[in-house]
Design a binder for this molecule. Sequence first.
Ligand SMILES: Cc1ncc(COP(=O)(O)O)c(C=O)c1O
Length: 419
Amino acid sequence: MKTYTYPQSQTLFKRAAAVIPCGIPGHMSPAANVPVSDYPFFAAHADGAKFWDVDGNEFIDYMCAYGPMILGYNNPVVNKAALNQLEQSDCVMGASPRMVELAEFLVDLVPAADWAFFAKNGGDVTNYSVMIARAATGRKKITMIAGGYHGVAPWMQAPGHAGLIEEDYRNIIRLKWNDFAGFERAVAEHPGQIAGFIATPYHVPAFYDSELPEKGYWQKVEALCRKEGIVLIIDDIRHGFRLDMGGSNEYFGFKPDLICFCKALANGFTISALVGSDALKNDAARVFYTGSYWYQAMPMAAALACLSELKRIDGPKLMLDAGERLLNGLTESARSHGYDLKVSGLPSLPYLRITNDESLMLHQDWCGECTKRGAFFTSHHNWFLSTAHTDDDIAKTIEIADDAFAAIKAKYGDRYSTR
Ligand SMILES: Cc1ncc(COP(=O)(O)O)c(C=O)c1O
């Protein structure tokens, strides 16, 4: 099978590095994808479940722009709604009726929502959720999960990162995922001081296996929050609309006070949302929170089209089923080459890891070998399925994976393989 090279990507990256800190900063940075020589750096165009890089290489995309792409790139229904809106109004002096329609839509769709508020990035709404929890309770402390990610505001970042000061996380209590007893202890040690508990619906730490909630975990957390007056916040930015259209808490059977959505909300158009319960509506109104582009009408029209389409086709089921077919094929291919490919999380946003080498080097190599054959896999982060991944895409991906397993076997011989 032919493997790709990336001369144009590399030339462009040199130009980027001269004028942009890090060249490509953040999660799209080449440093995120190792071995660096196996990955493209710049995308040229995209359609359905595929994108093409600046060298003309074609990839079936299992990162979906880190989650926003859910109905396929260039989705005609969403794009048409967005472009129609753009012709009427986008960022103008006055909010658009789309804002009201989208809030009504979310209140209908999401059982825990009595109201909705819109911003741009995920971090805008996780930050807002914590401010509301503090305004509502008059308390300072926030409990979150060690290894959880909620964005880049100082309180969300792990201690030790550049630019943070100790005061930024003085009121943050980090708990272990699935450790309800640890949450009980934190409540006992800080009586009447905890404003909010924030976590993703299940744990998705980078470089580690994903972890589902243990039976009863969420129900116990919810009950303790109610008893102690702690605001329960679900960060559904990554999982949202890939497990359940009503919010991922519905999948796990509990009711939070606030839910943060972003990423898949508008198939890549720029919008995030916080939804919440009636009890917190006045507190949400009291918190000063706004941004230059937060009333943009085009992403709101895109979100209305995206959510309607996902609901119409039962998007979460399609992605869970397609993910299952993909993962069965990949694990079977691994086994036939003597490797154990461990899958964790749920099939619409799975995390994979070859367990034969604990250092993850072998797994990184295999992901790189797949990518330079046209199946874009990262090794450190969960992947994402979309409703645009077809059976043909999945069959081709399994063929690519098979060839990549043969390539790492040729490279390492019997060192890791059990066959
Ligand atoms: C679970 C979770 N929360 C919050 C964020 C932050 O979103 P944004 O980067 O749009 O601010 C992310 C982004 O990856 C995320 O995965």
